[in-house]
Design a protein around this ligand. Structure first.
Ligand SMILES: Cc1cc2nc3c(=O)[nH]c(=O)nc-3n(C[C@H](O)[C@H](O)[C@H](O)COP(=O)(O)OP(=O)(O)OC[C@H]3O[C@@H](n4cnc5c(N)ncnc54)[C@H](O)[C@@H]3O)c2cc1C
Length: 603
């Protein structure tokens, strides 16, 4: 059966659940919280802004908060005094050291100004302790906590007990993690998903959101719709946090909450014990350590990246119309440079050229002759496609006004790029898309590595040498001793690995192998085998490339043009995760076709 048909008949991923972006806290502990309700001025008057008495008083607060097991005391102390401490005492770095000293010395009188209060009324959903609220610049305190000095002080989920379901901890909500979550049998397992974003991004259509062909919501699928147990099952949770470390001996992960408005300045830290751990934390954009890339270039991996690109593009278009802008500056502002001629760079360039041809010419007619797209690639564009398709893409892009430049970037400055041949390329918008490599998180893990630095796995996606740890997607690769090549960083690889691993876990769970240290003697069945289904890339203006061959030298269908574009669009429409988003995408496409792209600059 051909791949096209398979896509058409696929059933979308999962139904509904709501995501909890906070961390559950224990009501009993919180009800014992101390609320330090002292006005700043009163405190300063009483003790003097920098006096020894003040330091001793704060020392006492700090010590009280740490010595009482009530995590809420820390929360209250941190919350109420954070501003006070910062205003009245030395600024962050100095204060940091100072606070450590006072915590260590622990002198001072308990102040009568402290009064107990029942501050928080939050339902617990099983977390052992309230994630503690950090004192200002509490990294040092945190270091102590994670050094194992007093491990019990770090809040978190305890190991599962007899009678409870085994707990699977999943790191990441990308293609791999979400497909795994969708397939896991929640009658057999409780799930804890930890990720800095609460949605999956449908990456193949992300480039279309940068120019307004699609709206951002259309490519983001809440994880709650993919695995409903995360919001409904009593012992399953979603935590909006990043994993910062894994203790494979203790079977636990250390996490740090994502900081954002409404949350404390310092993140919460907590730990979660697992029976089985699935690492699906993806990869980071490759910058080859070229100076200035991280500071000045934009990446295209997340929805907020696409939002930034769209805002910048529209801002530059509007700025360039302002009176008094020189010709040279107009050209710079409207010069969009894309670095990297892989599928993502080409698709983004195609979308931009479409936007320019259709929308900019109509709605920004004063500056239409200034806007230009340049795609810079060190070797050949679309090197994973065969020579005929590459040639087609080159001709089509050139006809659409995209300037293709062969060059190697040496340095990126705020308004220009320096190439290694000495050329200087001014830009108004710079998008960096040169592939991905292991993230800092993956690099930091003390786990075996595959060639290329990903987490090394065997044929069953297990991380050998440690028990109950699995890795998949862009962050994982086969170990050299398996004799298998590292698979490409593709959604189709990640998705199929997720599906495979969910089935493997369900089989293990049915044979009572779900608990920690219990799967050693359980037969795992067939290893994971990857069969490439083909590649597609759109090149703009209703044209695309479709290559349904296993490799570029194999026999099979490969074509380019309008029919390919139609296949590309229909295939991705059927692959969009939910019916809701499928509907959004179809409506967005129809709206763009009829009315053009939306060019309001919001936010
Ligand atoms: C613009 C674009 C277009 C693409 N187009 C295609 C295409 O057409 N076809 C194709 O096959 N592939 C495509 N890809 C590649 C594809 O998206 C990736 O291969 C795929 O997303 C990999 O899935 P993953 O789950 O391994 O990682 P990701 O999808 O990157 O997900 C990683 C997850 O881990 C989370 N995470 C990161 N660090 C931590 C941490 N410390 N703790 C917890 N969670 C963490 C992230 O927030 C994220 O949720 C495209 C990629 C991009 C960027």
């Amino acid at each position: 059966m051909n791949i096209w048909f398979v896509w058409l008949v696929r059933v979308p991923l999962g139904s509904t659940f709501s995501v909890r972006s906070g961390i559950p806290v224990s009501r009993t502990r919180l009800s014992r919280a101390l609320w330090f309700d002292v006005p700043l001025e009163k405190f300063k008057n009483l003790l003097g802004e920098n006096s020894l008495a003040a330091k001793m008083f704060l020392s006492r607060i700090a010590k009280t908060a740490f010595s009482q097991s009530s995590q809420a005391a820390r929360i209250a102390a941190g919350n109420q005094y954070m501003g006070m401490l910062r205003k009245g005492f030395p600024s962050a770095p100095t204060y940091h050291t100072w606070l450590r000293d006072v915590i260590a010395s622990g002198n001072g009188e308990r102040s009568s100004l402290l009064r107990p209060a029942d501050v928080f009324r939050v339902n617990s959903r099983g977390i052992g302790h309230t994630p503690h609220f950090q004192y200002p610049s509490a990294d040092a305190v945190q270091d102590d906590l994670y050094s194992g000095a007093d491990d019990a002080r770090v809040p978190g989920l305890e190991p599962t007990k007899a009678g409870e379901k085994p707990r699977v901890v999943v790191l990441g909500t990308g293609w791999a993690g979400c497909r795994f979550l969708k397939g896991l049998d929640t009658k057999l397992y409780d799930i804890v998903c930890i990720s800095p974003r609460n949605h999956m991004v449908f990456t193949p259509l992300l480039a279309s959101t940068c120019v307004g062909t699609l709206e951002f919501r259309s490519v983001a699928e809440p994880v709650s719709r993919i695995q409903s147990a995360l919001s409904g099952a009593p012992n399953s949770y979603f935590y909006l946090a990043s994993c910062t470390g894994i203790d494979t001996h203790k079977h636990q992960v250390c996490c740090e909450s994502v900081s954002s408005a409404g949350l404390p300045d310092e993140p919460y830290h907590f730990k979660v014990a697992y029976d089985k751990l699935v690492i699906a934390a993806g990869a980071d954009p490759l910058t080859f350590n070229i100076r200035g890339v991280k500071e000045h270039a934009m990446f295209l991996r997340e929805v907020q990246h696409a939002q930034e690109i769209r805002r910048k593009l529209l801002l530059n278009l509007m700025l360039s119309e302002a009176p008094g802008i020189s010709e040279e500056e107009k050209k710079r502002l409207l010069h969009c440079v894309v670095i990297g001629g892989g599928p993502t760079g080409v698709e983004f360039s195609g979308e931009l050229s479409d936007f320019i041809m259709r929308d900019v010419r109509q709605r920004f007619s004063h500056v239409k002759d200034y806007i230009q797209v340049t795609l810079i690639e060190a070797s050949e564009i679309l090197s994973s496609f065969d020579v005929g398709l590459r040639q087609y893409a080159t001709n089509h892009l050139t006809k659409s006004g995209v300037r293709l430049v062969r060059g190697v970037v040496k340095e990126v400055l705020p308004e220009k790029i320096l190439l290694s041949d000495g050329t200087c390329v001014p830009y108004g918008l710079l998008v960096w898309s040169t592939g991905v490599g292991p993230s800092e998180f993956v690099k930091s893990l003390d786990l075996p590595k595959s060639p290329g630095g990903r987490i090394g796995v065997d044929e069953w996606l297990r991380v050998p040498s440690v028990e109950d740890v699995f890795a998949l997607g862009d962050c994982a690769g086969f170990l050299e001793q398996t004799g298998r090549p590292v698979l490409p960083a593709l959604a189709q690889v990640a998705e199929r690995e997720g599906k495979y691993l969910a089935n493997l876990f369900n089989q293990m769970g049915k044979r009572n192998g779900g608990r920690a240290h219990c799967a050693k003697d359980i037969p795992l069945g067939d290893p994971f085998v990857y069969r490439h289904l083909g590649s597609m890339a759109s090149v703009g203006r209703y044209k695309a490339l479709v290559d349904l061959r296993q490799s570029k030298d194999a026999k099979g269908i490969s074509m380019a043009g309008f029919v390919s574009w139609f296949i590309w669009r229909s295939a991705y429409l059927t692959r969009v995760v939910s019916w809701r988003n499928r509907f959004y995408v179809a409506v967005n496409w129809a709206t763009t076709l009829v009315f053009g792209r939306d060019n309001s600059r919001i936010g």
